[in-house]
Ligand binder design. Structure first.
Ligand SMILES: [Mg+2]
Length: 277
């Protein structure tokens, strides 16, 4: 059964709670922020502390371009350390798009530490970079064009949250740098140790009866939501401008996930939503 499109004009004017208020759960990297180059370089800098043959301060340009190609398979920042190791070894980026989830374990094992250790290392390297050269760090993670305008111009009553695998302090710093006014309490990052599903369940409990829109660029994450009957009411949008491939966008369409072409509130709210999945 399809629901009729939402009517934005009915939402929440003047904080009127007689009508449902839309709630946006926004991923950060690949939805709001184009951070591919920054995550790749942080991965390289972290790898430099583990492997002697990666000692240069920056990766070769061609390797960084390869990293941007394989970015769709990176879920959490620390994985960039493993990806940079594999690319430095001469692995084919096109093959890594398919094989990285398996190769990740092998690369983590070679690092001499574990996943938790690599996460700490990745965060520490990023903290040091941000401390020593904030302008360079901030310039490598621009928000997508128009993002600040959308976030600063949301109608009163719209719930807006960031649900990300990035650490919250980095998200807050980037938004502040771009002049986005965002409640720090509404940023749910890696630090909380919660899955995105758990965060969205909390939002559902906090906003009973309100439509929740998840805007996410990663197909694997969207599919996790599809697999959970208790999250069936969450309206799923794939950010086409983010880190996904054409094949993934095709697959998403087949799964009745809405393909969102731009971060546009009217497009998000007016999408005909299929609840028969
Ligand atoms: Mg993302």
């Amino acid at each position: 059964m399809n629901r009729p499109p939402a009517e934005p004009s009915r939402f929440c004017s003047g904080g009127n709670r007689n009508f449902p208020c839309p709630v946006l759960a926004l991923d950060f990297d690949g939805v709001l922020c184009d951070s591919a180059r920054e995550t790749g370089i942080t991965g390289w800098k972290a790898a430099a502390t583990l492997w002697e043959d990666m000692a240069e301060p920056l990766p070769p340009q061609s390797l960084l371009e390869s990293y941007c190609r394989v970015r769709p398979v990176i879920e959490t920042g620390y994985e960039a350390i493993a990806m940079m190791r594999l690319l430095k070894d001469g692995e084919d980026p096109e093959e890594l798009l398919d094989t990285f989830p398996h190769r990740l374990y092998e690369a983590v094992a070679r690092s001499g530490t574990d996943t938790a250790g690599l996460k700490r290392l990745y965060g520490a390297v990023r903290d040091r970079w941000l401390r020593e050269n904030p302008q360079e760090w901030l310039s490598l993670s621009p928000l997508y064009p128009g993002t600040s305008h959308v976030l600063n111009g949301l109608p009163a009553g719209t719930g807006c949250y960031i649900v990300t695998t990035k650490q919250e302090r980095f998200v807050a710093r980037l938004l502040d740098h771009q002049g986005v006014h965002f409640d720090a309490e509404h940023i749910f990052g890696l630090d909380r140790g919660m899955t995105k599903e758990a965060v969205v369940r909390r939002l559902m409990a906090h906003h009973p009866g309100d439509p929740i829109h998840l805007i996410e660029d990663r197909l694997a994450t969207l599919k996790r939501f599809l697999a959970r009957p208790d999250l069936a009411a969450v309206r799923l949008h794939m950010a086409c401008w983010g880190y996904n491939t054409q094949a993934e966008r095709r697959e998403a369409m087949g799964l009745k996930i809405h393909l969102l072409k731009a971060l546009s509130l009217p497009e998000i709210l007016n999408t005909e939503y299929h609840s028969d999945r």
